[in-house]
Design a protein around this ligand. Structure first.
Ligand code: HEC
Length: 112
């Protein structure tokens, strides 16, 4: 085998490895985001009393999460969730929720 063939093989395997990791990251973030759905609704579209996360400004999301984490912003439950996340996960969740479309709350039509 030629030396440059070996180099190509190494490069291709490195690229495959890189994309597999990006895929794992995306799955990891979707799994984390799903754990927020119980209170913040599917894809951050809250229908209860909790804030809507869908389409939230990334900077606002991150600063609030870090404030919950440090205790700078008082919270009922969010400090516990924020403390379980790394700054990198918070960053990726901010990106994820900012990209989710906001859906209008569905108001049931009254039955006549
Ligand atoms: C047990 C219910 C619950 C879960 C689960 C939960 N949250 Fe929250 N979240 C709240 C409540 C309630 C608030 C209002 C602050 C408070 O009282 O803690 C809030 C506030 C927030 C805010 C501030 C929004 C703003 O505009 O000020 C962000 C951001 C947030 N949550 C993100 C998340 C993320 C990300 C997850 C998942 C990792 C998550 N939350 C899981 C209940 C929850």
């Amino acid at each position: 085998m030629q030396k440059h063939d070996m180099t190509w093989m190494l490069l291709i395997s490195l690229m495959a490895f890189g994309s597999a990791n990006a895929e794992d990251d995306a799955i990891h973030i979707r799994t984390l985001a799903a754990s927020c759905a119980a209170c913040h609704g599917t894809n951050g579209n809250s229908v209860g009393g909790t804030p809507v996360l869908a389409g939230l400004d990334q900077g606002h999301f991150t600063s609030q999460m870090l404030a919950f984490r440090s205790g700078e912003r008082a919270s009922t439950v969010m400090h516990r969730h924020a403390k379980g996340l790394t700054p990198a996960e918070i960053e990726q969740l901010a990106h994820y929720f900012a990209a989710q479309p906001r859906t209008a709350a569905i108001t049931p039509t009254p039955v006549e």
